[in-house]
Design a protein around this ligand. Sequence first.
Ligand code: SF4
Length: 290
Amino acid sequence: MNIEIEKSSGFCFGVSKVIQMAEEILDKGDKLYCLGEIVHNEEEVNRLAEKGMIFIEKEDLLKLKDETVLIRAHGEPPSTYEICEERNISIIDGTCPIVNALQKQIRNSYKNSDTQNDQIVIYGKTSHPEVKALNGQINNSAVIIRNSEDIKKINPEKNLTLFSQTTMDSEGFTEMENQIRGNAKEHPGVKVEVKNTICKHISHRQPGIVDFAQSYDILIFVAGRNSSNGKILFDICKKENDNSKFISEVDQLKEEWFDSVANVGIAGATSTPAWVLKLVKERIESFKII
Ligand code: SF4
């Protein structure tokens, strides 16, 4: 049986950077809190928790004083920085530089807009931490859309600037753009500005994963249950190869999946550690059917 791990799977540079920052502190034996899951991957979260990292939610900040808190790659809204300042909490800022630049772009767009006539629209998930952080830059005034139904929330009489959460899918973004532009035609004078802010580490993976998924008898996709990017990439795999399986942990592998299989592909999200992909490969190799 031939088993291959997709070359582009594993942490993107934004996630690698924040994990490295965390490990440098934990290796010194210093206490470190992390706001939310450092990465949407349970196995990596557990590994860092074993090294001493303490995971907290935003409301827990109100119970801390004089501590050190790590901000993950998704970033945080300004209110988090304000709470930390009030409570003398030191911040280790692991916001991905790409997310940081997007936050700045959204702030500038808002600053140069006229709230009576302009609106900012973000293609993303309302509950996603990156979207909350982006929306927080502009007093939570953005219209968040994810599908055609949500487009009804947009005021058709106002100009709009469309951004995207960095981990959304390109196809969905283009669909939203086309519908918005189509609606705007019915309102002459309304300006539509589109900024495709999907991270290149995500969009560039999509064509590669299509080829990869088509090339194997079975495709094992490994990602955390909360990973947006994992969900998107897995959906692509499933479309290309019906025999694609989603797992979050090595123990979810089932030996019977590999009966009469010659080629196995393993892929992961930008939040899936390379060591987990390797463990998956080793577990499949250990099955007696090989
Ligand atoms: S996916 Fe892109 S924007 Fe998000 S953390 Fe990774 S490098 Fe940064």
